[in-house]
Ligand binder design. Structure first.
Ligand code: VNL
Length: 393
């Protein structure tokens, strides 16, 4: 009797033990791959962080969190826009969390701050905003999912030259991407017979443009070319309107940073007709973009995606595809190799990663602000295909 009860207990325990052990094994077997997303979520550049986090999360919501049998875990950190914080957070994510990738980087100095860290640790870092050309040359572990200023600027000089603009003044934020934009603008316009009569630089930290705009107005050029980082665009454009630049007969042009989709509606009808060049518009006419915009708005309280949102989405896509290609191998060098030459469909159109520079190659659209369905949009009317950064050595 005693023996029989023991035996039954044994059978019962065994019967339970089998599925339970099975569950344990599969839980242990699903390894986690961590991605450290460093975003600027507070301070004057906070809209850029909000956009890239929303874009990255949307990609995961649409595509699941398992790739090559591994579970993807997104760790989001706020660097508050301070380069020392970006570097410290990058180190912690690498050493403590053992992330397979870093991603994010709003302002150029934040990306530059992690270059030595990622080179030493051999961890790939996906740039989701910063647009100074030289960044990708500072570490072989950088891959860019956003854009470069020279890439975006040359196409607007082609448009300007074709549209009778002979003289221009440029006004840019005085740091990496602003310098890249003003140099490319001068190079592009003067190669097409125009003349940049003055290059004005405004401090990045103080978005007070009145004196600089007055100076530009006094010079009476055919056009005023503008670049500021997107989160500063609303403030710049209010001052451009207040100074009556367009009324003075000066054509306002720029890269799409100044007509940022995130802030465009707040700029008012005075910006209608403003022509810019850029790689993404929320109004881009494709089925993939229509779904992207609708899903992005639904998940984020009706927030309209901008070029930073789409770069967060595409950056995530690059990392998923890299892991697919390495079959889940998280060796940093293998992941970077996997991304070289990669070509992906995006809400912006098709883009690829130049295998020689790890920088992005993409279409650049010429767009004009128009009112459509009661809202302001950048409406694309021309395109330059497969544009590479023209300044990489
Ligand atoms: C940069 C370039 C940042 C363009 C931006 O917004 C932008 C940069 C935060 O390289 O710092 O629109």
């Amino acid at each position: 009797m005693m023996k029989r009860r023991l035996l039954l207990a044994g059978v019962a325990a065994g019967a339970f033990a089998v599925p339970f052990a099975g569950m344990l094994t599969s839980a242990v077997a699903q390894e986690v791959v961590k991605i450290g997303l460093i975003a600027t979520l507070t301070g004057p550049q906070a809209s850029s962080g909000r956009q890239k986090v929303a874009g990255a999360r949307l990609f995961m919501a649409q595509n699941g969190d398992t790739i090559a049998g591994k579970k993807i875990e997104l760790i989001i950190k706020d660097d508050t826009g301070v380069a020392d914080q970006t570097r410290r957070i990058a180190q912690e994510l690498i050493v403590n969390d053992k992330v397979a990738f870093l991603a994010g980087f709003s302002l150029t100095p934040l990306a530059l701050a992690v270059a030595p860290v990622i080179t030493q640790a051999k961890v790939p870092a996906i740039i989701m905003t910063a647009g100074t050309s030289v960044i990708t040359e500072r570490s072989p572990y950088f891959v860019r999912a956003s854009f470069t200023l020279p890439q975006q600027t040359i196409p607007i000089t082609e448009w300007a030259a074709k549209n009778g603009i002979k003289t221009a003044v440029s006004l840019v934020s005085d740091y990496g991407p602003g310098i890249d934009a003003q140099d490319a603008f001068k190079m592009g316009l003067e190669a097409r017979g125009g003349k940049v009569v003055e290059q004005i630089k405004a401090p990045l930290a103080n978005p007070e443009f009145a004196a600089f705009l007055q100076r530009a107005k006094d010079l009476k050029p055919d056009a005023l070319f503008l670049f500021v980082p997107a989160p500063t665009a609303g403030s710049l454009m209010r001052q451009v309107v207040d100074r009556g630049i367009s009324q003075a007969g000066i054509k306002v042009i720029g890269t799409g940073d100044i007509t940022d989709d995130d802030q465009l509606n707040g700029m008012g009808d005075a910006v209608i007709g403003l022509t810019t060049s850029h790689f993404y518009s929320a109004a881009h006419d494709s089925p993939m973009n229509k779904k992207f915009v609708a899903d992005f708005k639904a998940a984020n309280n009706n927030l309209r995606p901008n070029f930073i949102g789409v770069s967060g989405y595409d950056g995530m896509h690059l990392m998923y595809e890299a892991l697919k290609k390495t079959n889940g191998n998280t060796d940093g060098t293998a992941l970077v190799e996997a991304m070289k030459g990669m070509k992906l469909e995006s809400p912006r159109g098709t883009f690829s990663i130049d295998p020689a520079t790890r920088d992005i190659v993409q279409d650049v659209y010429i767009r004009k602000v128009e009112r459509k369905d009661g809202e302001l949009y950048n409406i694309e009317f021309d395109v330059v295909k497969d544009v590479k950064d023209p300044t990489h050595k």
